[in-house]
Design a protein around this ligand. Structure first.
Ligand SMILES: C[S@@+](CC[C@H](N)C(=O)[O-])C[C@H]1O[C@@H](n2cnc3c(N)ncnc32)[C@H](O)[C@@H]1O
Length: 274
């Protein structure tokens, strides 16, 4: 009985969000979504789900904070260093031969992945020809990504990832330090367009040589994974690449026939059929 009420309550929240703001969380993976909702109720001191729904409907600012709470924004620079080495050694030499290198960071969170890519491209002398689009559902993280200011204490892990990636210099070559913050070199994002985009209801908007959507599919159920992978398939040129997170797979998705596995270890797929 308790289980039934919880699921019904979650459906009510999903419906309220859809009706009021046109975001659809109906196909997020239930277990993690339920956990995030429970957390939100506690963080926002709501007595129950009904109070949470009332606040969501009444106050856009509250909804923005709620959105931040239910989406997981954890990220790092050069997360999974071997993945970045694979890009450097095998993927970028292929797409780097194109006149323009078009990259989409889908669900980029606060931008650490975008700066990692820019540093990698710079070290390969490809940054000038790159056209990068970085999107996320959450406007706040997009604003943070654009700003490129990160607490210095986070840079230790980023630096250690960069060392394991075996970059050309030191990560600190790419930022300056002021009052406990690291400010990324703004020239890195000269060719980056940051914009809000919802992978569930948002349109495709261009064609790319490489799409990174790492550590996002894990929060979606199969229906939504299918939808998003189809969106990516339609947004990739033939023979271009899709990278997902280390714990994710597109093996069960309907569009898998269009892809071949480029690196099973690093979860990189190549779109081989239109
Ligand atoms: C765990 S972070 C992944 C960040 C980065 N890709 C990485 O691997 O380090 C997941 C991101 O997905 C975003 N997200 C969740 N649902 C989304 C949706 N429907 N459309 C676009 N972004 C979404 C969240 O806001 C969050 O920033």
């Amino acid at each position: 009985m308790a289980e039934e009420i919880e699921i019904r309550s979650i459906r009510n929240i999903v419906a309220a969000v859809k009706d009021t703001y046109n975001f659809d969380f109906g196909n997020y993976a239930t277990t993690s979504f339920k956990r995030r909702i429970e957390r939100a109720i506690s963080v926002f001191n709501c007595k129950n789900v009904d109070e949470l729904i009332t606040k969501i409907k009444a106050d856009k600012n509250f909804f923005d904070s709620f959105l931040k709470e239910i989406t997981v924004n954890t990220t790092e620079m050069f997360r999974d260093p071997s993945f970045w080495r694979k890009l450097r050694e095998d993927v970028l030499p292929i797409i780097g031969s194109h006149q323009n290198i078009r990259i989409w960071h889908a669900a980029c969170s606060s931008g650490e992945e975008v700066y990692s890519m820019a540093i990698l491209l710079k070290e390969m002398d490809l940054l000038g020809r790159a056209q990068i689009t970085a999107t996320d559902i959450n406007q706040d993280v997009i604003a943070a990504a654009k700003k490129g200011a990160y607490p210095l204490r986070n840079m230790e892990l980023n630096q250690s990832n960069y060392e394991r990636f075996e970059g050309k210099g030191k990560l600190s070559d790419y930022f300056s330090e002021t009052e406990g913050m690291a400010y990324m070199d703004t020239s890195l994002i000269a060719n980056v367009t940051f914009k809000p985009h919802d992978l569930v209801l948002g349109p495709g908007f261009s064609k790319f040589d490489l799409i990174l959507c790492r550590n996002v599919l894990i929060y979606f159920n199969m229906v939504l994974q299918d939808h998003v992978v189809e969106l990516f398939s339609n947004s990739l040129f033939k023979n271009s690449f899709l990278a997902i997170g280390s714990k994710e797979t597109i093996a069960w998705c309907k569009s898998i026939d269009k892809f071949s596995t480029f690196s099973i270890e690093e979860k990189i797929y190549q779109k081989t059929k239109e």
